[in-house]
Every structure is written in structure tokens, then in C-alpha cells.
Design a protein around this ligand. Structure first.
Ligand SMILES: Cc1cc2nc3c(=O)[nH]c(=O)nc-3n(C[C@H](O)[C@H](O)[C@H](O)COP(=O)(O)O)c2cc1C
Ligand SMILES: Nc1ncnc2c1ncn2[C@@H]1O[C@H](COP(=O)(O)OP(=O)(O)O)[C@@H](O)[C@H]1O
Ligand SMILES: [Mg+2]
Length: 148
């Protein structure tokens, strides 16, 4: 199988503050990158929802889903890259170093009629990502030297 245009893409940077909507309104926190990391992405990587792996500081490598774009449901004016790590954390990790590898594309960003529909869509993304990331072509990136 061939990867979508611009993938795999490796990114790293500090976790910054976003709008605080992820955990408060959706119950799904997302670690946001700053504008430099967003601008470093190859032009051919389309906005949309992606899956891959993530690591905070010296911690373990976890599965992740990522939203790239303008969040049409909220109409953001700045493009963002936000990562939901598929793992429960007891504490926030603002200011920490976050490394990710983007491996696959799930769907375009969409608008929804309600917050509930957005939450359902994200939960479905998580399910799909969990299955796909177990495929050998993707799972091998868990031990990629980028993360060591
Ligand atoms: C897997 C995933 C899929 C998402 N899909 C959409 C989407 O289709 N449309 C949208 O407007 N926002 C989408 N979002 C982004 C959420 O709206 C965003 O995480 C939320 O606004 C939190 O923003 P904040 O970090 O600035 O607080 C998605 C986020 C994730 C993690
Ligand atoms: N599983 C997780 N995935 C991503 N971020 C998490 C997770 N658990 C806790 N966090 C923390 O929650 C923060 C994001 O919450 P969020 O409500 O999206 O706020 P913000 O708008 O500031 O990004 C992250 O920056 C991180 O410190
Ligand atoms: Mg966030």
C-alpha cells in the first residue's frame, strides 16, 4: 500500500494552549501545536483527520488521532494541528515535548449539527484508528528511531 501524499510525516514541538474546548465541551482533550509546527507540514498534506503514533517527553509511544485544519464546526481562523492521544492521562502536559508520526488519512473535517454528532464522529475515528494502527505497515512505526 502507498501512503497518502506527504505521509508519513514526523512532527515535534511543544504543546500549547488552544481554546480549551476539547476537554470542556467534547470530553476529548487535544494537544495543540503552535503555528511553526503547522507551517512545517508539507503543502500536499490535506486538511482532515489522521491517525498515527505520539509520544510525550520520554514517555511511551501511544496511538493517536489528529485533526488538521480549521475545525468547521467552530470556524477557527487559524489552521491547527490537534492530537488526541488514545490513553487516559492524570495530568495536563502543556509545555512538554510532543512527537508524532502521521501515517494515515481517515476523512475530511466536517461541520455538524450538534456537539453530540461531532463527539460521535471523533469516537468513530478513534475506533478506526485503533484497528488500522495494528496493521504491520503502521505498527512498525511505534519503534521508529524518531521516537528513541
Ligand atoms: C479525531 C478528531 C476529529 C475531529 N473532527 C472534527 C471535525 O470533523 N470537524 C470539526 O469542526 N472539528 C473536528 N475536530 C476538532 C475539534 O473541534 C477540536 O478538537 C476542538 O474544537 C478542541 O479545540 P481546542 O483544542 O482548541 O480546544 C476533531 C478532533 C479530533 C481529535
Ligand atoms: N489523552 C490526551 N490527549 C491529548 N491531550 C491530553 C490528553 N489527556 C490530557 N491532555 C491535556 O489536555 C490538553 C488539551 O485540552 P483541550 O481541552 O483540548 O485544551 P486546549 O484548547 O488548550 O488544547 C492537552 O494540551 C494536554 O495537556
Ligand atoms: Mg486542544
Amino acid at each position: 500500500m502507498t501512503f497518502p501524499k506527504g505521509l508519513p510525516h514526523f512532527a515535534k514541538g511543544e504543546v500549547i494552549k488552544g481554546f480549551g474546548r476539547g476537554s470542556k465541551e467534547l470530553g476529548i482533550p487535544t494537544a495543540n501545536y503552535d503555528v511553526d509546527v503547522v507551517n512545517n507540514m508539507p503543502k500536499e498534506v490535506e486538511p482532515g483527520i489522521y491517525f498515527g503514533f505520539a509520544k510525550v517527553d520520554q514517555g511511551p509511544v501511544y496511538k493517536m488521532v489528529m485533526s488538521v485544519g480549521w475545525n468547521p464546526f467552530y470556524n477557527n481562523t487559524q489552521k491547527s494541528m490537534e492530537i488526541y492521544i488514545i490513553q487516559k492521562f492524570d495530568e495536563d502536559f502543556y509545555g512538554k515535548m510532543l512527537k508524532v508520526v502521521m501515517l494515515g488519512y481517515l476523512r475530511p473535517e466536517k461541520n455538524f449539527n450538534s456537539v453530540d454528532e461531532l463527539i460521535k464522529a471523533i469516537n468513530n475515528d478513534v475506533k478506526e484508528a485503533e484497528v488500522k494502527l495494528d496493521e504491520e505497515q503502521f505498527s512498525k512505526f511505534k519503534t521508529h528511531e524518531f521516537f528513541s
